[in-house]
Design a binder for this molecule. Structure first.
Ligand SMILES: C[S@@+](CC[C@H](N)C(=O)[O-])C[C@H]1O[C@@H](n2cnc3c(N)ncnc32)[C@H](O)[C@@H]1O
Length: 232
């Protein structure tokens, strides 16, 4: 009987770690390996709705980028290029008022540790985007070199979310903006040590060096925050 209970507990532990935590407590190599394995199924699992992505991701990003002469955007944990696809959707809508940049005037860089995710992302968006295969910590990017950093549905899978955020602060120029999701919902507290509550999230970001923090509901399992690196 005891043996049966131990076996059931072990199975539950494995399911919890692999299904909910995506290997987060087993080290970054395991997380990346799982994404390599799941890459071809990723978009199907996520059910991205192209119009929703354009409206709630592409348009707000484009609004910020269009104020800058030569905007530089970094997507950390870029996956299958969700952010770039949302931006592409906006730039395909003819709108002379929008002040969109020709592709050669903007720098869009995806950092992604999983080779399989990155290859799929690269194929989906084609030329005009740069890709760097790398991890969040250390982020293989020069300090103060980006105007905008996006990090969607990634923090909870990195070994040290605080260090990941510190790296994002480091690579942003003063006055640069970050767009960061925070895992919520019933699964979030089960990803031990990798998530913070939605009540605590704004202070958490302020303590890590951001100002002008604003948090919004985003998707079933995530809130999203806009946060600015201080000018000085
Ligand atoms: C849930 S997916 C999100 C992908 C994309 N941002 C999106 O919203 O579709 C998580 C991504 O984080 C990446 N990732 C996992 N661990 C990472 C780490 N330590 N540093 C950077 N990226 C990581 C994975 O390879 C995967 O592409």
């Amino acid at each position: 009987m005891l043996l049966l209970l131990i076996i059931i507990a072990l199975i539950l532990l494995i399911v919890w770690e692999l299904w909910i935590c995506e290997g987060a407590h087993l080290g970054r190599r395991v997380v990346v390996w799982l994404y390599d394995l799941a890459a071809t199924r990723y978009d199907g699992i996520k059910h991205f709705d192209a119009d929703w992505e354009r409206q709630f991701l592409g348009e707000p990003l484009e609004k910020l980028l269009s104020d800058l002469p030569r905007p530089r955007l970094l997507d950390l944990g870029a996956g299958t290029a969700r952010t770039f696809r949302a931006l592409d959707k906006v730039s395909r809508i003819p709108n002379p008022e929008a002040g969109l940049h020709p592709p050669d005037k903007r720098l869009l860089v995806g950092v992604e540790p999983s080779g399989a995710m990155m290859e799929l992302g690269r194929k989906k968006v084609g030329l005009g985007h740069e890709w760097v295969q790398g991890l969040a910590v250390p982020l293989p990017i020069a300090p103060a070199s980006f105007d905008l950093a996006v990090c969607l549905e990634v923090l909870e899978f990195t070994p040290h979310p605080k260090r990941t955020i510190a790296e994002i602060v480091r690579i942003l120029r003063p006055g640069g903006w970050a767009l960061l999701t925070n895992r919520i919902g019933w699964q979030a507290p089960l990803i031990f040590g990798r998530t913070v509550s939605r009540q605590r999230y704004p202070d958490y970001l302020r303590e890590l060096g951001f100002e002008a923090v604003e948090v919004f509901p985003w998707q079933v399992d995530y809130d999203i925050a806009w946060a600015r690196k201080p000018w000085t």
